[in-house]
Design a protein around this ligand. Structure first.
Ligand code: SAM
Length: 434
């Protein structure tokens, strides 16, 4: 057998093994096999399309445009490759490039509700709200049970401030089997119900799913009894938001919005104190590292978003980085930190009781806990706004601190950043474990 035949056989074997892993749902193994097949025999369309499919399913869209380039160079109208490329560009938050890839097949298949839905999603991202609404209407005219189109339509209306109309859409999405956590949380945000954190009881959102009459009584009952379900932003939402946001995050936040929370939190720390072991909850891209340099020994970061963590890793300053939901991570973490910080993270968590509980557990005696929150206009409340961010009242936070054995040292009111030229008021707090 010649060298070439041997390479062909090895590439084929890798491809076949990839298909077997793929079909069995073992996606990382499938990706490795397809990548091996591609390295051995570059440019084969079946390998590249499967590789791109698996990478998208693994939430790794970044290499997909390059994966598909040879396929499209050879066959520019390959429908499978174009559909995958559109999905990758959507996930990479490049809606202007993705839009023509959705519009082209849509002209050939105008009865395809899913294509209208995808087009609406991209138009919404491009800020073309009216066209997006028309696209969702077209999708729903073809398929009134398209839960995704209801959710996206509701999101565009929410952003336009049409909260009652948005609520109707989220109810419809729930009715038609849309993601309960996501749509329930969206509905809670537009119906304006504060999430009461005191009496944590579970609720799976079934009350919402049954409520299609548009009455708010059902919302009130469900929201009041649903602090667990809507006590924090769904992980999927946070992950998708920040994965899409990661690349331009630092520039956008620091230069565009005047964000200075990491520096302000570092300034709350007792002067001259060095921290041997620090934990950065919701570390994002690692913007807390510059103001902490020279003040901490070992630094550990936790975040839900793999793309944000990639940026944090590139700084080379974290001893460990964990891709995890922070409450879950805290439950299994080894104690011994003498500093825990959370900058601009509790805007995604309404029910902070499990967080305080976890931080108390991992913090060494005398350890410091510093964090920022957006300030609620009711001191005793936790509010979930239509902007999908939680706001916390100072009295509510003090009560929580007391209940979890923390001493409150500093509470500072500050403008956290600017949004649409308006200041966002916040609280910066330093607690210590008693
Ligand atoms: C606005 S960014 C702030 C990042 C960083 N702390 C800073 O100040 O630049 C919020 C970060 O919190 C993360 N996050 C939100 N909720 C989380 C949760 N429940 N568990 C882990 N990470 C979370 C997001 O993925 C995102 O990276």
């Amino acid at each position: 057998m010649s060298g070439n035949d041997d390479t062909f056989e090895r590439a084929r074997a890798a491809f076949v093994a990839g298909v077997q892993h793929h079909e069995a749902g073992r996606l990382p193994e499938a990706e490795a096999c397809y990548a091996r097949a591609q390295a051995l025999m570059p440019g084969r369309p079946s390998v590249l399309i499967n590789l791109a499919t698996v990478r998208l399913a693994l939430g790794n869209p970044a290499p997909v445009p390059a994966d598909l380039a040879p396929v499209l160079a050879a066959d520019p109208a390959n429908p499978e490759a174009l559909a995958l490329l559109a999905r990758a560009l959507t996930a990479l938050d490049r809606p202007a490039q993705a839009l023509p890839l959705v519009e082209q097949p849509q002209r050939q298949r105008p009865q395809d509700a899913e294509l209208h839905h995808r087009r609406g999603l991209l138009l919404g991202r491009l800020g073309r709200a009216d066209e997006a609404l028309a696209a969702f209407d077209a999708a729903l005219a073809l398929d009134a049970a398209h839960a995704g189109a209801w959710t996206q339509r509701g999101s565009v209306l929410r952003e336009a401030g049409r909260l009652a109309d948005a609520a109707h859409c989220f109810r419809q999405a729930l009715r038609h089997g849309g993601d309960t956590a996501l749509n329930g949380w969206f509905l809670a945000s537009v119906t304006g119900h504060a999430v009461e954190c005191a009496a944590a009881v579970g609720c799976d959102g079934a009350d919402f799913a049954g409520d299609t009459a548009g009455a708010t009584a059902g919302d009130t009952a469900a929201a009041a009894s649903a602090p667990t379900a809507w006590g924090q932003a769904p992980a999927r939402y946070v992950q998708a938001l920040f994965d899409g946001y990661a690349e331009g995050f630092d520039r956008h936040l620091v230069e565009g919005l005047g964000y200075g929370v990491p520096e302000a939190l570092a300034a709350l720390l007792p002067p001259g104190r060095h921290f041997a072991s620090a934990l950065d909850l919701g570390c994002g891209t690692g913007l807390c590292t510059p103001p902490l340099q020279g003040r901490v020994g070992r630094l550990v970061g936790v975040d839900l978003s793999p793309r944000m963590l990639e940026q944090a890793r590139a700084r080379g300053l974290y001893a460990e980085l964990h891709e995890a939901e922070l409450v879950a991570w805290l439950q299994g973490a080894e104690p011994g930190f003498d500093l825990v910080l959370a900058a601009d993270v509790f805007i995604y968590i309404g029910d902070l009781a499990p967080v305080f509980d976890g931080v108390r557990r991992v913090l060494a005696p005398g350890g410091q806990f510093v964090f920022s929150v957006e300030a609620a206009d009711d001191e005793a409340a936790v509010q979930l706004g239509a902007q999908l961010r939680y706001r916390h009242g100072e009295a509510a936070l003090r009560a929580l601190a007391d209940a979890h054995g923390f001493e409150v040292h500093t509470v500072r009111r500050e403008v956290l950043r600017h949004e649409q030229q308006k200041p966002i008021d916040g609280l910066l707090m330093r607690l210590s474990s008693r």
